[in-house]
Write a protein that binds this ligand. Structure first.
Ligand SMILES: [Zn+2]
Length: 678
């Protein structure tokens, strides 16, 4: 439910980094001035960057965004290397981080162990002969390795946001997206997936050649009833509270008493079912599918969870499918990057605490607070001026805006990892399972406790930001408060065009197709008049049509052209456009003197302030991406592709046209076709 500004799944590449050198506000070399702004603004503003940063073999996408993420990786890796030079005291965060990091680097040991770390569990799974054995095995996997058939967890109750509640929903597709199983044009991807499954079974010592087909016998019917990413945007449809008795009667494939006991789930009255039809389908499969098929499916799910933490041949097999086939990566990321990512994730806030001490100046937090305040004021001005929203709804919208809970840099209270154990005598994979079980227990422990609104949904060292509707909070981790988002040496136009738009983007999530369903206290409650809701939806539909018409990949061979998915990306597209509008107003407010008269800033490098604002916005999205990853991201991402976050969004913005004197050309859209929501 949390909204982020981009999907943090990209493989990251190595780049030179100079921590001390001043970063230019706008680097002229990033532009491609052979292209006119009215022809393709993205190409004009970022063409030079694209040319200077060709994709490296390990990347399926690499952008200005990833460059910053990579600088962070280097910094964090340096912290780990430094830590490894001494012997940290047993049980400290340093010991846990350092040991986990070293285990990931130790390919000699991983290769010597081979499939040994997965043997016990694989034997157990392949030893299932009776459906009654399923509950224990599924619970054990849900605790520590993967989510076959369904996923369960504790989260805020959308109707009562102070209270945590048990939630259950669909899960369990090895390829992640249902289209890969069902669409004719994905036949090659299915063939590659089958090859991958054959390899990992083989590596695990399972010689039965029918296993691969057996996995597909389970996953294909799961995919047939899976909710699409567009269906998953419908939050009210996912709010299906059930009494415990009804729930256990409806979904009766599992021995729930045993399952709760295994998972540490205590007494409860109500459970939220997010995707009832797909859960019913999983229930039927668990009850009626041949036990041999279920066994193969569970083994595949377990091995896929483990593959990245085992010997090189397992890691290579996973890379060939998930990296190469699905994303178009040519080479695996270097081992240090794979190794450092693990403690960085597992002990995220412990690493974050070290990171902010070294890399986050207090001045950045102060500057951000000022910016957020200015953006809040600008959004208030925009809401007041809306012609499609009634005064009744406007009052509520202003209340919600004023009630935003703002998180900047790092949490006030750090997560306590003292009960987590990292034991280098055990295998890497056993440690990963133990830490996953720790997180599952940590989540389940929230059950029946009030929601902790001070908890952070991202670590400080994450280059991203989010809005969470159930806490009505916007969060900007320390790591995003650096160039190209925030540059202390840059002029206001550039900072407002970059981090300013990000702030505005997150704020408008509070009012997008999902955020608008929640009130100022984070409760799902309709505070819109019917007419206002209809007016909003009509505008959103028009914007969706604009995006549906964008061909993101041309037809090639037997592969049809790929089009953007307007309905799937609607919230993000609205947020990008809203963020741009609000940040522009906030920037112009800074140009006003005490009498409200604007003073035009002097040109810099030949560009006006407004031009620099829009170039800075585009610069954030400068990137190269493989065609495979374009196809994959279009299926799974709720964000539009970088190029279209710039070109398709700006076509609706009059201030952009004015800044570059655009009155015609491919970028130009007639006024009557434009959609402006905020
Ligand atoms: Zn977003």
């Amino acid at each position: 439910m949390r909204k982020v500004i981009f999907l943090a799944t990209a493989a990251m590449a190595m780049a030179a980094c100079h921590n001390t050198a001043k970063v230019p506000a706008i680097d002229m070399a990033n532009l491609d001035t052979s292209v006119a702004p009215n022809a393709d603004f993205y190409q004009y503003a970022t063409g030079g960057w694209q040319k200077a940063h060709p994709l490296k073999p390990e990347d399926s996408r690499y952008g200005a965004f990833d460059m910053l993420a990579e600088l962070n990786q280097k910094r964090i890796n340096d912290l780990f290397v430094e830590m490894g030079k001494s012997t940290p005291v047993q049980g400290t965060n340093e010991q846990k981080i350092s040991d986990l990091y070293k285990m990931g680097l130790d390919s000699t040991r991983l290769n010597a162990e081979g499939a040994a770390p997965v043997k016990t569990m694989i034997d157990k799974i392949m030893g299932i002969t009776d459906r009654a054995q399923l509950t224990d095995i599924i619970a054990q996997m849900h605790m520590s390795a993967g989510n076959p058939f369904f996923g369960i967890g504790v989260g805020a109750d959308p109707m009562n946001s102070d209270k945590n509640i048990l939630q259950i929903g669909q899960s369990g597709l090895g390829m992640g997206e249902l289209d890969y199983y069902l669409d004719a044009e994905n036949a090659q991807i299915r063939a590659a997936y089958r090859t991958y499954l054959g390899k990992i079974f083989n590596l695990a010592g399972l010689a039965d050649t029918t296993l691969v087909t057996r996995v597909m016998n389970i996953e294909t019917p799961i995919a047939q009833k899976y909710w699409t990413n567009i269906q998953l945007r419908n939050i009210p449809a996912q709010y299906n509270p059930m009494s415990r008795a009804d729930f256990e009667k409806t979904y009766d494939a599992i021995d729930w008493a045993t399952y709760y006991k295994d998972m540490g789930i205590g007494e409860f009255d109500t459970i939220l079912v997010s995707t009832p039809s797909s859960l019913a389908n999983a229930n039927t499969l668990m009850k009626t599918a041949p036990i041999e098929d279920i066994r193969a499916y569970l083994a595949a799910s377990y091995l896929t969870s483990a593959a990245s933490y085992l010997s090189d041949d397992f890691q290579q097999a996973a890379f060939e499918f998930y990296g190469k086939t699905l994303s178009g990566q040519k080479e695996m990321r270097p081992r240090w990057k794979r190794a450092m990512g693990v403690p960085d994730g597992v002990l995220g806030e412990a690493v974050g605490q070290m990171y902010v001490q070294k890399y986050f100046p207090a001045s950045s937090k102060e500057y951000m607070l000022g910016l957020v305040h200015n953006l809040q004021k600008a959004l208030g001005e925009h809401i007041a001026a809306l012609t499609w929203m009634s005064d009744t709804t406007k009052i509520k919208a202003q209340e919600k805006l004023a009630a935003f809970h703002i998180k900047i840099g790092y949490p006030d209270k750090w997560k306590d990892y003292s009960s987590m154990t990292i034991d280098p005598k055990k295998s890497y994979w056993e440690n990963i399972m133990a830490t996953t079980a720790w997180y599952t227990a940590d989540n389940i422990a929230k059950f029946n406790k009030p929601v902790d609104k001070e908890e952070w949904g991202m670590t400080p060292q994450t280059v991203n930001a989010y809005y969470n509707p159930t806490t009505n909070e916007i969060c900007f981790p320390a790591a995003i408060l650096q160039p190209p988002f925030f540059n202390p040496d840059a002029d206001d136009a550039v900072n407002y065009g970059a981090i300013g738009v990000v702030i505005g983007h997150e704020m408008t999530h509070g009012f997008d197709d999902q955020g608008r369903l929640f009130d100022k206290d984070g409760n799902m409650k309709n505070w819109w008049t019917d007419a206002d809701a209809a007016a909003f939806q009509a505008k959103a539909d028009s914007l969706n049509k604009q995006f549906d018409a964008i061909e993101v990949l041309p037809a090639q061979g037997d592969q049809p052209a790929v089009y953007a998915r307007g309905a799937q990306t609607t919230g993000e597209n609205i947020a990008d456009q809203g963020g741009l509008g609000i940040a522009y107003t906030a920037y112009h407010n800074t140009l006003k003197d005490a009498n409200g008269v604007e003073k035009e800033p002097a040109k810099i490098d030949g560009f006006t302030g407004d031009q620099r604002f829009y170039i800075a916005y585009a610069t954030v999205w400068a990137q190269n991406i493989t065609p495979e990853n374009i196809a994959r991201m279009t299926k799974l991402d709720v964000h539009s592709l970088a190029k279209w976050r710039v070109d398709a969004t700006l076509r609706n913005v009059q201030h952009f046209y004015d800044a570059f004197n655009i009155t015609d050309g491919p970028m130009f859209m007639p006024v009557n076709e434009r959609v402006v929501i905020w």
